[in-house]
Ligand binder design. Structure first.
Ligand code: PAF
Length: 279
């Protein structure tokens, strides 16, 4: 496995076998390993799997979140090796951004709600860095997790609208046995918060059950989920809890098409996200 830290060190592709990128910010957990595993399966023996590890400063709207973001490079490299990655790209911020960089990618519709509304500038940072990583690595396929449903939808939109020659592959969320979605941020929860946090998944599942039993009014579905989160013993605070059309990510009042119930919940200053699709 090669470890590269400068964009210039990427060689041109010499075969037609696919080059697959798994963009991450490190602190790898089983969810990331699932992404690398999928990339390996798509690449086959002849293709190349590139994992990028870069804590992208431009997507953090909160400086303390950026500072506290876990950094575990040695362990991450070991995990990438075990999962069969061919290349790991670990640039420093100044290898990615010129000090006077002035071009950014703005997605102007899907980013307006959910994380885009509560974290201004977040998706501009994500789109800009993901496009740069696609260009630097010249990848054919990009693999992303469905836990960040909005991110995945926005990246697919960017690929469509900018005619990028990259195919996007979405991978199911990996969960702890309790149902809590794996996240690098889980390591920052106290023991008691960690024990309480699976209520996020329970809340989403309860709304989905209500929906499959025939309740189609968005307000009622949202309140059923809200009630479960609000009963938290650890003062969980809802940042957002929204039910949207899963394609346009715009609000709806009744379920008549595939929909997405998505939430972000704070435990102290740790913000966890999760979502569920309602069909
Ligand atoms: O999902 C993430 O970890 C990041 O948003 C990504 C896609 C690696 C861009 O920095």
């Amino acid at each position: 496995m090669k470890v590269i830290s400068q964009p210039i060190d990427f060689c041109k592709k010499t075969t037609t076998a696919p080059r697959i990128i798994v963009p991450t910010m490190g602190a790898l957990h089983k969810g990331h390993l699932e992404l690398i595993h999928r990339a390996r399966a798509l690449a086959g023996k002849k293709g190349e799997v590139i994992v990028t590890i870069f804590v992208n400063p431009t997507q953090f709207n909160n400086p303390s979140d950026l500072e506290k973001y876990p950094r575990t490079l040695e362990k991450d490299l070991e995990l990438c090796r075990e999962q069969g990655a061919d290349v790991v790209f670990t640039p420093a911020p100044d290898a990615i951004y010129y000090s006077d960089h002035s071009v950014n990618i703005i997605e102007g519709s899907l980013s307006n709600r959910l994380c885009g509304a509560t974290r201004p500038g977040h998706f501009e940072g994500v789109c800009t860095v993901v496009l740069k990583l696609f260009n630097i690595t010249r990848a054919d396929i990009g693999v992303f997790g469905k836990k960040d449903f909005q991110q995945l939808a926005i990246i697919r939109r960017m690929v469509r609208d900018l005619n990028l020659a990259v195919q996007i592959e979405g991978v199911e969320t990996v969960r702890e046995p309790s149902g809590l979605a794996l996240s690098s941020r889980n390591t920052r929860l106290t023991k008691a918060q960690h024990a309480d946090a699976p209520r996020i998944r329970r809340a989403l599942l309860a709304a989905r059950k209500l929906c499959s039993n025939g309740e189609l009014t968005v307000e009622k579905l949202i309140s059923s989920a809200r009630e479960i989160i609000d009963r938290s013993d650890e003062s969980a605070q809802i940042d957002y809890l929204e039910l949207l059309d899963s394609e346009t990510l715009q609000p709806i009042t009744k379920i008549s098409r595939p929909a997405l119930l998505a939430t972000a919940v704070f435990y102290g200053n740790v913000r966890l996200i999760d979502n569920i699709e309602l069909n």
